[in-house]
Design a protein around this ligand. Sequence first.
Ligand code: 5GP
Ligand code: ZN
Length: 114
Amino acid sequence: MTADCLFCKIVAGDIPSTEVYRDDRVMAFEDISPSAPQHVLVVPVAHITFLRTADESHESLIGHMALVADRIAAERGVQSSGFRLTINQGPDSGQAVDHLHLHMTGGRKLGPIA
Ligand code: 5GP
Ligand code: ZN
């Protein structure tokens, strides 16, 4: 856990969240300000700040994040209708939380990526 990291505090249970899934490597929870009818965040349990601070040892973990997001999309009935996985990185993306996270959004037409 990294001090003063919002998502580390959520993973630790120090800040409440609506948990969707957890295993030894990742946790998923509802986004507090959803941009789509389905909006879940998948985060690594162990703090990783950015993709650029990850290395080859994290490849399986990052792939696992995507598969967990896909399974959540299936559970929520949007796997067939379609959904989007987004990883924001850096200021131009609007990244607000410096703990790697994957957004799963779906449940409406998402339109082109801005
Ligand atoms: P970013 O812009 O960094 O890619 O996404 C951060 C996401 O975290 C945003 O979609 C925002 O709504 C969500 N978020 C920020 N603070 C909280 C919080 O305290 N709890 C939850 N569940 N989501 C949060
Ligand atoms: Zn963290």
